[in-house]
Design a protein around this ligand. Structure first.
Ligand code: FES
Length: 154
């Protein structure tokens, strides 16, 4: 991610959130592609990072996204029992269940993070997740507590 992922204030003074999505290649990425090729209207606020499987998504990726300027994060992959690596999404589900318990301790509002399952045929569902998440984060406002944290001196 580059510095370009920092949220922006438009000239009208309205806040446009930057949302980082981590998606698996086989289901959600294909679903997002379907939404695009079907020309389903979607907020342009989400940047996608494609990974082989949700089992590859380390929770540190989420914290790093916030550190790099994201205001919200989406994590999405194949539905349970549809993972192309058999159990990757079950590992991810367990990992994120533990992560949810740490969110308060980390000072993150859980509403800034969306976990979902989106299949390759669910372009409409992907667009709804993008639009709902963007609207929710827009109402919440910018998240700057983690921004640039790694570069700060104590
Ligand atoms: Fe999609 Fe594992 S391949 S979650």
């Amino acid at each position: 991610m580059s510095e370009a992922t920092t949220s922006t204030e438009t000239t009208a003074g309205t806040f446009e959130p930057r949302i980082q999505a981590f998606v698996c290649n086989w289901c959600t990425y294909t679903g997002a592609d379907l939404a695009g090729t079907s020309r389903i209207p979607m907020a342009p606020n989400v940047r996608i990072i494609r990974l082989p499987c949700t089992g590859r998504i380390d929770t540190l990726f989420i914290l790093k996204a916030f550190e790099r300027g994201a205001d919200g994060v989406i994590v999405s992959g194949c539905h349970p029992n549809d993972c192309h690596y058999a159990a990757g999404n079950f590992h991810a589900r367990r990992r994120f269940a533990v992560f949810r318990e740490l969110i308060d301790f980390l000072g993150l509002d859980p509403d800034r993070i969306t976990f979902s399952w989106v299949s390759a045929s669910e372009g409409k569902k992907w667009s709804e997740i993008v639009n709902d998440t963007t609207e929710r984060i827009r109402r919440m406002g910018p998240f700057s507590a983690y921004r640039g944290l790694a570069g700060r001196t104590p």
